[in-house]
Design a protein around this ligand. Sequence first.
Ligand code: DMJ
Length: 602
Amino acid sequence: MDLNEMSPNFKSSFFLLKRKWNRLPKFLRFYLIVVFLFVAFTFSYYVFFVASKKNLIEINASDENDLLLTDDDRIRPSQVIEHNLIPPQNPHLDDNTIKEFIVTQKIPPILLDESDNSDDKAITSEEFLQASLKQNEKQKMIQEAILHSWKGYHEYAWGQDMLKPITRKGKNWFGIGLTILDSLDTLLIAGLENEFQQALNWIKHELTFEVNENVNCFETTIRALAGLTSAYHICKEKILLEKAIDLGNRLIHCFDSPSKTVPFSDVNLKSKISKSPVYMPESSMSEVSTVQLEFRDLSYETNDKSYEEKSFATSKYIHELIQKRKNYLLPMYINPLSGNLMSSTITLGARADSYYEYLYKQYVQTKIEFLLDDYIRSIDAIKDRLVATTQGELKLLYIGEIINSDPQSIHPKMDHLVCFLSGTLALGYYHEHLRPFHKSGIANETFISHLKLAEDLARTCHYMYNLTETGLAPEIAYFGINDKQHEYYIQPRDTHNLLRPEFVESLFFLYHITGNQKYRDWGMQVFNAFEKFTRVNSGGYTTINDVRHPKNVKPKDLMESFWLAETLKYLYLLFMDDHKIVRKLLNNYVFNTEGHILPRRV
Ligand code: DMJ
C-alpha cells in the first residue's frame, strides 16, 4: 500500500511507531530483529516440516497404522470436493477421439523375427548413425528438436545442470553438468556425432565429481551414473566408464545408513557422508528401490560385486517386508534409520512409481524369480485396490490413490508420472507372453490382461493431453466419480507441464509391441503441442505453468534434463522404422527409469 492511501489515523500511528523504533538503541534494535527472525523461523519450520508430516507414523508389528490392512474390501472412489476443480475444455476436440477405440491387436512379426539374431547382441554407435541416415520425416523433426535443445544448452548453460531458456542462463542443482551426462545416449541414438564429441570433450577435460555438494542419491544415479554407463555401452569410450566408477564410488555411500538396507536420500559427493535432508527425515519408496539396475550394471563392468550387493539388499529387504505383510502395495515413505515403513499415501505416482517399474525391469535384467512374482502380485493388487473408471461417456480408467484420511476409498487423483506404467506392462507382455523366456507356467492370460490395462491407461493419458486447449497434460489430473460430475478435472495448482516423458515412453513400447498406428499418431500430437507451446526461439524448450490457456501458458523458464534424456529420445525411437534396432533394444537391453539403456545380464 502507498503511504498516501493510508487513513490519517493509521498514518500518524505508523510514523509514531517508526519514530519510537528509531529512538531505540542500536543494540536493542538488533536484538529485537534477531528475536523476531528466530520466532518466524521456528514457526515456519513447524508449519512446513512438522505439522505437515504429523500423520507420518512408523508402521510397526501391530500394523495399526497400515492403510492397506483394512477389513473393508469394497473400496469405492472417494468424494471430490468440486469447488476448485476446473474441467478442461478443448474446443478442437475431434469427435472421433471420443468414440470408443477398438484395440487392433496387430503384433508386428518383424519384432519377433529372430532369424537375423547373430551372436552380436550389442548395439554400436555406428548402427545408430547408419539408421539416422535413413530417418523418416517425423524422426527428422524430432532430431531437429534434439539439436535445438542441445544448442540452447550449449550456448547459454554449458557445464551447468540445466538450461533456463527464457533468461538464457544456466541453473545448477548438483553442479555436475547434469544435462550433458543425461543426454549422452540420446545424442548417440539420434546420430548426432559432433554434439556427442562436444560432450565427450567436456567430460574428458572439465567434469569432476569432487564437488562439495549434497546430491540426491536416486536422481544422480538414474541420470548421471546411468547416463555415463549407457553411453559407454554404446560407444565404448573408456573415459565414460572411468567417470562412472568414480561417481559410483561416491554414490554407494548412500547405503551407509543405520538400517543398512534402506539408504539415505542424500550424499555429499566430496566427503561421501550420506544423510537425510533436514526437511525430510524419511526416504522415498521409489528412490530407495530405483538404483539397483544401475549399481548392478557397474558391478558387471568392474567385476566388483559390492555395488550390486549393497543396493540389492534394499530390494531383498522390501521383498521380506511385503511377504510378512502379505500386501503388495507400499506406502510412499520408509525410514532409513529403522527400516520401517511409514504410514503414508499409497500411489503409483510421485515417491512410489518406479518401485513397481524396477520390480519388473530388474527381473528383465537378471531373471531373479522373486522379482517377477512380486511384480505380478503388485499388479493384481493395483487392479483390486487402486483402479477405477469414470461413469460418463469417456469411461476413463485411472489409477487412484489411498490416502491417510480416507483409507477405505480410492482417491481419484492421478499424477502424469503414473503414465509410465503402460510401458512397463507392455514390456512384460512382450517378454513373458510374446517371447516367453519364463518357464514357470504363469498363465498367458495374466500378461494379456496386463496389456489390456496398459492400453486402457494409455488411453486415459492420451485424454489428459487431448482434453486441454494446449494439447499438453497437466502434472496431476482428478477424475469424476459419478455420472453427474465431469470426468476429468485439473486443480489450479496442478496446471503445469514439466516436459515429462512418461506418456511418450509408454507410446514407444506400445507402438512397437502392438503395431497399432494410433500410438504413433498420439505421439505426434504430443510432439506438435510441445513444439507449439514450449519451444523457445533462441534455443531450448521450457516447462510451463498453465496447460489450460494457449494464449498464456506462463513459461517457467527451465529445461529439465529428462527432456533430452527421455522425452525426445522416446519420441525419436517411437518413429524408428529400423526394426532390427528396436528388436535389439527390447531383447538385449533394459531402459532404466531415466530412459538410459543398460545391457541385460541373463
Ligand atoms: C525422471 O527423472 C524419471 O523418469 C523418474 O523416474 C521420474 N521423474 C522424471 C521424469 O518425469
